[in-house]
Design a binder for this molecule. Structure first.
Ligand code: TGC
Ligand code: FAD
Length: 383
């Protein structure tokens, strides 16, 4: 796999093992079937248990809760390999690792941790994360979903939209306003007043389940509230997921680059392989250049995270840059394949379409521009 600066030589033995485990998983279980699931608009449910057994759903979770207890570089490496298969597989793992296990581990009570974490780690339970609403995407602080407290529990009312894994989830981490402040609640499948509907008609992330969650006087037990208040709760989870996405996007970019390179070396036009033409080489070198830079950014960010000296804005830079270059790699690769580039015989259009979602979710490209702009100028341009 593309590693022009031999970054993987810097990996520990444990990190190398994660790379080979996740790579073989993608090659053995994802690549042979993904086009079929993508076309059908379905998630390959039978892969969940295997990911759980391989430790890919709870990479950094302590082993006492059934996790792999590895570092953030390992988590990133795993996300890169999964997304080389498909963004939907990485999305599933991102949500489980960063958006469901992380908040329960970080803000949950011992009872919540013991009840939910082992089953989430093994894949017996599927999780989802409900922050976005129909009218509040980039600006989650405006959310309308509310929680009110009664003797019996918290009553949730409102709706969440675009929720990955929503209608297949056993456990939803849902953010709602309680007494005017954003709070997190663990909502279990099947409780009265909680419904989910799968969203159809996506041209992107077709192998991922995306759903609407509806709360209609939904009674959540008193002990299912997380111990965190304010928007920093959900945003702290996003820091973890955005970091993983920065690695994942490199996986998509590499899949496109390698397809284009192999194609260019064998496709003959004007009596020569198209790889011999300078314009084709320029496109390939642009990809090599940007993928290598992206790998260095994510690898170094992982080391910062492992030392706990990272800043959220550094994650914004990595997510923003890496998804953007990955999308551009997909477009250049598609051009190199000419008409063949649009066929599902090759993975390029699938990655290109997926990356359009990845560019939007977890903070759009432009929102990350504003986060970085505010950081360097001291001036907040959001409103
Ligand atoms: P702002 O006033 O800047 O901040 C509110 C409070 O939050 C704190 N904060 C953070 N804390 C931790 N990590 C971060 N990255 C943080 N950014 C801000 C901040 O210090 C403040 O704390 P406090 O204690 O003073 O109250 O917030 P704002 O209302 O101006 O909004 C700006 C913001 C940051 C929300 C916006 O820039 C943003 O990030 N919007 C994007 C929303 C988003 O990313 N949604 C993602 C939904 S989940 C998803 O997409 C999953 S896809 C899953 C998959 O399939 O992979
Ligand atoms: P909007 O916020 O309406 O933005 C529209 C456009 O306006 C964008 O280009 C944006 O950059 C721009 N814009 C907005 N505000 C500003 C500003 N202040 N200055 C300049 N430009 C601005 N959410 C979850 O909670 N959980 C999930 O699991 C989840 N999974 C998802 C899966 C998929 C496939 C997709 C597509 C989305 C998912 N999301 C999820 C939602 C995602 O996080 C939101 O789509 C994203 O945060 C953007 O919100 P929006 O789509 O409402 O766009």
């Amino acid at each position: 796999m593309l590693d022009y600066y031999n970054i993987s030589d810097q990996y520990s033995e444990e990190e190398k093992l994660v790379a080979s485990t996740a790579r073989s998983f993608s090659e053995k279980y994802v690549l042979p079937v993904i086009e079929k699931y993508y076309s059908a608009g379905q998630f390959p449910m039978d892969l969940i248990k295997i990911m759980g057994e391989l430790g890919l759903l709870a990479v950094t979770l302590p082993s006492k809760y059934g996790g792999s207890e590895l570092n953030y570089v390992s988590y990133g490496i795993a996300m890169q390999e999964l997304e080389r298969g498909d963004s939907a597989i990485r999305s599933f793992a991102s949500v489980q690792n960063s958006l469901v296990i992380y908040p329960i581990l970080t803000y949950g009570t011992d009872e919540q941790k013991n009840k939910f974490l082992p089953k989430l780690a093994s894949g017996e339970f599927i999780g989802c994360f409900g922050l976005t609403e129909p009218d509040f995407g980039s600006n989650p602080g405006g959310m309308l979903t509310t929680a009110t407290k009664t003797n019996k529990g918290y009553i949730l009312n409102g709706a969440k939209m675009w929720i990955t894994n929503g209608s297949i989830a056993d456990v939803a981490v849902v953010w709602a306003k309680f007494e005017g402040k954003v709070n997190g609640f663990i909502v279990e499948k099947g409780i009265p007043g909680f419904n989910s509907i799968e969203m159809k008609g996506k041209h992107s992330l077709r192998a991922s389940v995306t759903s609407e969650l509806i709360f209609n006087d939904c009674l959540v037990p008193l002990n299912n509230r997380l111990e965190i208040e304010g928007l920093r709760g959900p945003l702290s989870c996003l820091n973890q997921a955005r970091y993983g996405i920065s690695w994942g996007a490199i996986g998509s970019a590499i899949a496109c680059y390698e397809t284009a390179l192999n194609y260019a070396k064998t496709r003959i036009q004007f009596g020569k392989p198209i790889a011999s033409f300078q314009i084709i080489q320029d496109k390939l070198v642009w990809m090599l250049n940007e993928i290598t830079k992206a790998q260095l950014v994510s690898y170094h960010l992982g080391r910062l995270k492992d030392k706990k000296i990272d800043r959220p804005q550094q994650t914004s830079l990595a997510k923003r840059n890496n998804v953007d270059i990955a999308l551009h790699c997909a477009r250049l690769s598609r051009e190199i394949l000419g008409a063949n580039g649009i066929l599902n015989e090759y993975p390029i259009m699938r990655h290109m379409a997926n990356l359009e979602s990845v560019k939007t979710y977890e903070g759009t490209h432009d929102i990350h521009t504003l986060i970085l702009g505010a950081d360097i100028t001291g001036i907040d341009a959001f409103s």
